[in-house]
Design a protein around this ligand. Structure first.
Ligand code: FES
Length: 350
């Protein structure tokens, strides 16, 4: 048996209908919009205005996406991100604020008590009451009679998912051969990363002697600045360099020469869906990806020990040049980044 009690309004009438006493809820205090048609109309227009803000945000997202393409410079990436971010914020906040305002000003705010249902299916009487409650909610929200709010809300919600089409479009096309090669190659020096796209004069090669046990660096290739697409190339070539006590490394025999006295280098691009692996726990020698918590063991060639990643981080073979700087022996020997459908195509096509 279901019953409803309330201190006022339709809930109260329903409670009286079912013969229940008021359990002591405070008296309902009417809001200005309950008594003033002018305030009610104003609130209605304010709510509709927020839904219109949402629509403008959605349209701005789509326009900004094409107006400010990503480009190859850090400044263009920032402008693109800010412009579409502004649109997304307005689109979602407009709907959210409008609904909150609607609930606060126009939806009936009388407090209602509903008894817990008995176990098992409801009786016909319960079902009739449930139907009555639904109709009551429809009346209280005013969705049927407030056409301005209803229509702007429907329009805002209908176009809000459109930016997702553009965002999903950016996931494609498949990378093909692009992840098979990076800027690393024989003799390319490992340099500290000190900016979005460092100037040539800012690129600082790393001496093996300066890498202490327990330290970790984010590293880029020295030839990054010469690349025609520095941002893309930087993203693919990003490397984490760490120095571990050589006695703690379980090195495969065929990779004995890939490190330098405990200094090892691994791709920073997570093999799950490509986030930057950014956290190094130097006591456990674990690398953590912040996106979905994949964890890689540096002492075991960055094998996956936890999380959704399916393969180890690719290792960059390194050595020391005549001047004591760390250099790559070659490019990565396998594709960097997420496992993808075409990952074996190079072998197949070769
Ligand atoms: S991208 Fe690294 S765990 Fe998902």
């Amino acid at each position: 048996m279901t019953s409803i009690e309330s201190s006022g309004g339709q809930g109260g009438q329903l409670a009286e209908m079912n013969g229940f006493a008021n359990p002591g809820l405070p008296e309902h205090k009417p809001r200005i919009t309950d008594s003033s048609p002018t305030a009610e109309r104003l609130a209605e227009r304010q709510i509709a205005a927020w839904f219109i803000v949402s629509m403008i945000g959605t349209i701005w997202f789509i326009v900004a996406y094409f107006l400010f393409p990503v480009g190859d410079s850090g400044a263009l990436v920032r402008i693109h991100t800010m412009a579409i971010g502004l649109g997304a914020t307005a689109a979602l906040a407009g709907i959210g604020i409008g609904i909150i305002l609607w609930a606060k000003t126009l939806v009936t705010d009388a407090e209602i008590v509903e008894d817990r249902h008995d176990k098992g299916g409801g009786t016909e009487e319960d079902q009739a009451i449930a139907l009555e409650i639904l109709n009551q909610a429809k009346d209280e929200s005013g969705i049927a009679r407030r056409s301005l709010i209803r229509n702007t809300l429907i329009a805002a919600v209908a176009i809000a998912p459109l930016p997702a089409i553009l965002v999903f479009r950016d996931l494609g096309p498949l990378p093909g051969d692009k992840l098979f090669t990076t800027l690393w190659g024989p003799g390319v020096r490992l340099c500290k990363d000190i900016g979005m796209i460092p100037e040539q004069s800012d690129i600082m090669p790393i001496r093996a002697a300066d890498v202490t046990i327990g330290s970790a660096f984010h590293v880029i290739p020295e030839n990054l600045r010469d690349s025609g697409h520095p941002l893309d190339e930087k993203a693919k070539a990003a490397v984490l360099l760490m120095r571990v006590d050589p006695n703690e490394l379980n090195t495969d025999p065929d990779r004995e020469s890939w490190g330098v006295d405990g200094i090892v280098a691994y791709s920073k691009v997570c093999t799950h869906v490509g986030c930057p692996v950014a956290l190094y726990e130097h006591q456990t020698h674990h690398l953590l990806c912040p996106c979905h918590q994949s964890t890689f063991d540096v002492t075991n060639h960055c094998k996956v020990i936890f999380g959704p990643a399916k393969r180890p981080l690719p290792q960059l073979p390194i050595a020391v040049d005549d001047e004591g700087y760390l250099v790559a022996q070659s490019d990565f020997t396998e594709p960097v980044g997420p496992t993808f459908w075409e990952i074996n195509t190079r072998e197949t096509n070769a």
